[in-house]
Write a protein that binds this ligand. Structure first.
Ligand code: ATP
Ligand code: MG
Length: 316
């Protein structure tokens, strides 16, 4: 597998009012993304996720640091990089006054897709994103989920090997979010490398091969989901959940936390008091536990929604 993105010391500061220290939105981050993986950038509001995407896609100039995308240097080859990446921003970049079909055609014109290919490819994308029926509907008239789907379709119009998705499911209803996650999983199956930002721990856990957790412009953890979890497990405690039967009076469930599984089970069993054990479960740490452990933040900070963006949808 080759490296599709390599980032070293990437930093973005924004000047604030005169005389005050500038805001460091992204603070010297390093990471790399391998070909074909879904790489998650997980962090709360204001962590620096969008700023990072904007720098990597040529919309914002890094204050310092460097990045190489698809073998091309960000500071020298942005024009060539742009032709080979797809970008789905937080707010759609499509045109309200064009139809679904025409938006796709327009995107292909921009990316220099040969004229002879455009119509066929647009139809195929509409089909794939379940938008064929909305072919002639103005973008402005599409539902929120359809708008997001079409925005992704347009970002794929030139068949880029690398796609950036900035909070693709935020503000979508459960069904639309689920469809979108399937789309992302399918992109991965096709070998497309995906860089994805999200607030949703569960979404990151479900979709991503590796996750970087970013807080206040810094990456505080970066690993595969399973490694993040097993590290948290070895560093912390395990929980055993045990259920006893009292005969007539029903069941009681107790949770016991300990440094290791054996101790937890023994402690739990010691609470039997002659009752029969109905079930025993070892609870592995969720990504949420890992997040709390690593960041010192409550997992709820991730659920704080931005104004007007709608409710959570990590389920499903
Ligand atoms: N153009 C700008 N000028 C000044 N400050 C900015 C600008 N853009 C972003 N910031 C600040 O940089 C920090 C990081 O913002 P960014 O949008 O990258 O966060 P984010 O992780 O995408 O957050 P969210 O989850 O809310 O989208 C925030 O403190 C934000 O206020
Ligand atoms: Mg953002």
């Amino acid at each position: 597998m080759s490296e599709v993105i390599r980032v070293e010391g990437l930093t973005k500061t924004y000047p604030l009012s005169k005389g005050s220290t500038p805001l460091v939105a992204v603070d010297g981050i390093d990471f790399s993304v391998q070909e074909g993986e879904v790489f998650g950038f997980l962090g709360p509001n204001g962590a620096g996720k969008t700023t990072t995407i904007r720098m990597l896609t040529g919309l914002s100039r890094p204050t310092s640091g460097r990045a190489v995308l698809l073998g091309l240097d960000l500071s020298r080859d942005m024009a060539r990089i742009k032709k080979r990446i797809g970008v789905v921003p937080e707010t759609s970049n499509l045109y309200d006054e064009l139809t679904a079909f025409d938006n796709l055609i327009f995107a292909m014109q921009l990316y220099g897709v040969p004229r002879s290919e455009r119509k066929r490819r647009a139809e195929a994308l509409l089909e794939r994103f379940r938008l064929s029926e909305k072919r002639n509907t103005l973008f402005a008239k599409l539902s929120r989920g359809m708008k997001r789907a079409l925005t992704i379709a347009a970002a794929l119009a030139h068949q880029p090997p690398l796609v950036f998705l900035d909070e693709p499911t935020t503000g979508l209803d459960v069904m639309s979010a689920r469809n979108l996650r399937q789309t992302i999983a399918r992109l991965r199956d096709e070998g497309v490398t995906v860089f994805l930002t999200t607030h949703y721990l569960e979404e990151a856990e479900r979709l991503c091969d590796r996750i970087a957790i970013i807080v206040k412009g810094r990456i505080v953890a970066l690993d595969s989901v399973s490694n993040l979890k097993s590290n948290a497990q070895s560093a912390g405690t395990v929980t055993v959940e045990i259920t006893f039967s009292d005969g007539e009076s029903g069941v009681e469930t107790r949770r016991v936390e300990a440094q290791d599984v054996e101790t937890a089970i023994q402690t739990a069993l010691a609470q039997a008091n002659g009752r029969q054990m109905v079930s025993i479960n070892t609870l592995r740490p969720s990504l949420e536990d890992v997040f709390v452990k690593l960041t010192g933040l409550k997992a709820e900070v991730m659920l704080v929604e931005k104004g007007g963006k709608g409710g959570g949808n990590a389920g499903g």
